[in-house]
Design a protein around this ligand. Structure first.
Ligand SMILES: O=C(O)CCC(=O)C(=O)O
Ligand SMILES: [Fe+2]
Length: 280
């Protein structure tokens, strides 16, 4: 499996990027407009936040889904039984936001959402006519007026050796949403499952932006754009002593957007949530 690095500023970027999304479910961009200093600043201040007790003031709301998810309540991926070795904070525009950090993550949320609109326009423009005919509205408009888009700040703590056997940083899963954008994390570890059934490292040089198709866009495109399974492996050797921070932005349309003949965004999401609960 080949994951090409597409130069955002190249005249052929939209086509190259969408070819990669179609063939692998992933697209990797360099020279993109999201400011690296902003991303680095978020990594630094949120690592300090996760290393402090302040996080416990923001315990997650089980209904609204915002706030701090400790390793004890962290996710179990679909069809897995062990909890991932991670903790995270969910940022929504209407949700809680720690006073201990600057507004950088909020600014990133807005910039990332704006870039996602451009990328969805690229996807729309480069969908074959029979795929495009399936979309109930232009893809870039699917995010309009939505406050369901989620910025997740993830902290994978250094390994202690006390982890439950078989538990990993992020077990193999597909993302539920439309599209995910993810700046290269502070450490490697992200892998994607190829059509060859083998795991491949996703390029992780600092400054790259990784974009992947979620289940909702797979459904809306009649599977032309695949939502590819990915995972984050536990590091070994010296790297096991290092924390890892990552910052996925999960783009979510409003609930009444029609994805396909079978699903709206709302009915799709509810079904996936029921399945997830069933797997606990
Ligand atoms: O931490 C990463 O690199 C990826 C995280 C991820 O796939 C997720 O949270 O859905
Ligand atoms: Fe993911």
């Amino acid at each position: 499996m080949h994951l090409p690095i597409v130069d955002f500023t190249s005249p052929t970027a939209p086509q190259d990027f969408c070819k990669s999304l179609h063939e692998t479910g992933f697209g990797v961009l360099k020279n993109h407009p999201l400011d690296q200093n902003l991303v680095q600043g978020i990594y630094d201040e949120w690592l300090a936040f996760f290393q402090s007790d302040a996080k416990n003031k923001y315990a997650q709301d089980p209904v609204k889904f915002d706030g701090y998810f400790s390793p004890k309540v962290s996710e179990t991926a679909k069809n897995h039984t062990k909890k991932d070795v991670k903790e995270f904070f969910h940022i929504y525009p209407w949700g809680r936001y720690p006073t201990e950090v600057s507004d950088a993550a909020r600014r990133y949320y807005a910039l990332g959402s704006h870039l996602a609109t451009t990328l969805l326009q690229w996807v729309d423009d480069n969908s074959p006519p029979e795929v495009k005919a399936r979309y109930s509205m232009p893809l870039s408009r699917m995010l309009e007026g939505s406050d369901h888009t989620l910025l997740r700040v993830l902290h994978y703590p250094p390994l202690t050796g006390q982890e439950e056997p078989g538990a990993v940083r992020a077990a193999a899963h597909g993302d539920i949403n439309l599209l995910t954008i993810l700046p290269a994390a502070t450490e490697p570890g992200l892998q994607v499952l190829g059509k060859d059934d083998a795991w491949h490292d996703v390029p992780c040089d600092f400054g790259l932006l990784i974009v992947n198709i979620g289940d909702m866009l797979e459904e809306a495109s009649g599977h032309y754009f695949p939502s590819t399974v990915h995972r984050v492996l536990n590091p070994t050797g010296e790297a096991a002593q290092k924390p890892r921070i990552s910052l996925p932005l999960f783009l979510h349309p409003v609930r009444d957007v029609v994805l396909s003949e079978r699903y709206t965004v709302g009915s799709y999401f509810d079904e996936r949530m029921r399945e997830l609960r069933g797997s606990y």
